[in-house]
Design a protein around this ligand. Sequence first.
Ligand SMILES: O=P(O)(O)OC[C@H](O)CO
Length: 432
Amino acid sequence: ACSNDASKGDDKDKEKDGGTKLGEKTEISFWHAMSGPGQEALDGIVADFNNSQDKVVVNAEFQGTYEEALTKLRSVGGTDNAPAIMQVFEVGTKYMIESGFIEPMQTFIDKDNYDLSQLEENILNYYKVDGKLYSMPFNSSTPVMIYNKDAFKEAGLDPEKAPQTFSEVKAAAEKLTKKDERFGFSMLTYGWFFEQLVATQGGLYVDNDNGRSDDATKAVFNGEEGLRVFKFLDDMNKAGTFGNYGTNWDDIRAAFQTGKVAMYMDSSAGVAGAINNSSFDVGVAYIPYPDEVERQGVAIGGASLWMSKGIGDDKQQAAWEFMKFLASPESQAKWHIGTGYFAINPAAYEEDIVKKEWEKYPQFKVTVDQLQDTKPSFATQGALISVFPESRQQVVTALENLYQGTPPQEALDQAAEGTDRAIEIANKTKKK
Ligand SMILES: O=P(O)(O)OC[C@H](O)CO
C-alpha cells in the first residue's frame, strides 16, 4: 500500500486495500508484471491518466514476472495488503475467478452501461466465462515467429518469405545454422509456445472442450498434436540446429538480437524490442504448423486486470475509471505501438500514431492479421483450467527432459500425468 506525507495522521481516511484516500483524491495501487518496453509504455499511460484528472492517483508497481506476481498476490489476496488492481496472465483466469477475492468486472460494466462491443471480440471470447466478464482485458498478445532477414539473405533464403510449416522451418534452420556461431531456430522453454503450437492444429489441451463446457478432468495435450510439436523440436535439437536458451525471456531475446539465433518464437509483445534492439532487419511471421494439418490460428495470450473485492466503493470506482481509460482508443494506440500488444479496442488502429507506425514497421500488422485470420474454436479459444500455472510448469519440465534426451512421447506423457494429478486435487478441493 502507498503512504506519503499527505496521508500521515489522517488514519480515519485510510481504507483497506492497496490505496489510501488523500483528501479529495483516491489513491490506488496497481500491481503489474510489465518490464522493458511494456513497463515504459505502461508508466506513460498511467502518468497520462493521473494528469488527466484530479480525483484518482494510480501507483503502478512492478511485481516481477507473471508467475512471481501471481505468487505474491496469492499471499495477500483478500487482505488489506492486496492492491486495488492486479494484472494476471491469461492462464490465471480460472484461478482468479474461483479465488473469492475479486470483484467481477461485469458488475461495473452493467452499472455503467459500458459498451463492450467497442472491444475486440476475439479477446472478449477468451475472457468471457459463462457469458460474464470477470476481468478487464488489457494486454493481449499472440505468439509470432521473429527472424533475422539479413541472416536469411546470407543463407540464400528469401527474407520476404518466412517458412510456414514445420518441415520448412526445419529446412531453413539447417541453412541458417553456422557451427559455433548461430543456431537456426529457438524457442523459450515456456509452456505457452507449446500450447499455441497445439492450438494452431486444432488440438485441445484438456478435455471438456478445453475446460470451456465443464471443468476439465484430464490433459489431452499428449495426443498426436502435442507429439508433432515435441518431435519438431526434438528433430532440430538432434540435428544441432536448435539453440536452447532456457526459461528466461531476456536470454533468448539477447541471443536473437546479437545474431546467435536466426528464428525464434516470441510474444507479439516482443516485437518492438526485437526491432529496436537489433542491428539487422527483423521479420515477423505467423507461428509454424505441421505440414499435414490446416493452420487454425492462435489463442489470446497476455494478461487482464482484476479488481479486488472489499476495498470500498471509492477505490473500486477509481479502479474502474482507470480501466476504462486504459481501454480507450488513445491509450490502446500508445500501448500497441510501444509494445506490439494488440489494441483491445480496435478503434485504436485508426489513430494517426498507429497508421504512421504501421507504415514504418509493417511487422506490427502481422500480429493483428494472424489474430484476425484465426478460426474460432475451442482450440483457439484457449484452455480454462484452475491449475494452468502448475500445468505449464509440467510442460517446462517435459521440454527440459526432451532436450536432455527423453523420447518425445514419454516426456509429454509425464507432463500430462502431472497435470492430471493437479486437476484431480483441485477438483476434489473444490467439491468439499
Ligand atoms: O508475454 P505476454 O504478455 O505476451 O504473455 C505471454 C503468455 O500469454 C503469458 O501467459
